[in-house]
Design a protein around this ligand. Structure first.
Ligand code: KIV
Length: 259
């Protein structure tokens, strides 16, 4: 998969399947399942590293997880999320950091924001680094929003639409629409030429992205915009209870497991 092929899926009217992954086994499983795009999200902060939100995530942590996922992914497009303050302070620093992701094996980067990051998206694209945009509820601005809240209601919808258009004009290959009303994402999807990738944005986007731990029952909560396809958390817990009991009762290891 390539960034131009993802962009072309909109013209072909093919839905784009995207998922996050944070380590090699999850990358391998998602890739083998045939997803189109794998994002090493900065959600690694709250999903895997135990932080409160994505703000503490560093370049070093993102590079470490990007390299791990790279080793498991053969076919899907691998996108790395630029963490908070890795691209906001200066364009030169942002370009150097984006370059580090490409050297770590990512094939594109994602940045949050619309009009404010459009000049950066254009520069990155010009030097050959494909960019995935991200507008609406952008978690790195959680302090500005006052929490994880639906954005783009009422007259605010024009602001989100203008942000999405700026991202397209800067030549991003696609744009994530997060936590916005379905009627707004339907309008933006209709107005844009690049694909929209929804999360909590209704059924009319050109593609969907979800946090892998939410789909697999590993995040301990089911949010309105997610769906738990398998309760792996419960399966893992039961397996480990059985393992504990068998070790304590001397049922494992057996001769079969012994050299
Ligand atoms: O970090 C992340 O997981 C994301 C997706 C939810 C779009 O940005």
């Amino acid at each position: 998969m390539t960034a131009p092929k993802i962009a072309n899926k909109k013209r072909l009217n093919e839905k784009i399947v995207c998922i996050t992954a944070y380590d090699c086994p999850m990358g391998r499983i998602a890739d083998a399942a045939g997803v189109d795009l794998i994002l090493v999200g900065d959600s690694v902060g709250n999903v895997v590293l135990g932080y409160e939100n994505t703000l503490p995530v560093t370049m070093e942590e993102m590079l470490h997880h990007t390299r791990a996922v790279r080793r498991g992914v053969k076919n899907a497009l691998l996108v790395a999320d630029m963490p908070f303050m890795s691209y906001q302070a200066s364009e030169d620093e942002a370009i150097r950091n984006a370059g580090l992701f490409i050297k770590a094996g990512a094939e594109a980067v994602k940045v949050e924001g619309g009009i404010s990051v459009a000049p950066l998206i254009k520069r990155l694209t010009d030097i050959g680094i494909p960019v995935m945009g991200h507008v609406g509820m952008t978690p790195q601005s959680i302090n500005k929003f006052g929490g994880y809240r639906v954005q783009g209601r009422g007259t605010q919808s024009d602001i989100i639409a203008a942000d999405a258009k700026a991202v397209q004009e800067a030549r991003a290959f696609c744009v994530v629409l997060e936590l916005i009303p379905a009627v707004v994402s339907e309008r933006i999807t209709r107005e844009l030429k690049i694909p929209t990738i929804g999360i909590g944005a209704g059924p009319d986007c050109d593609g969907e992205i979800q946090v892998i731990n939410d789909l697999l029952g590993l995040s301990g909560e089911t949010l309105k915009h997610t769906k738990c396809y398998v309760d792996a958390g419960d399966l893992f817990a039961k397996a480990l209870e059985t393992y504990s009991r068998e070790v304590r009762e001397r049922q494992f290891p057996t001769e079969e497991n012994t050299f």
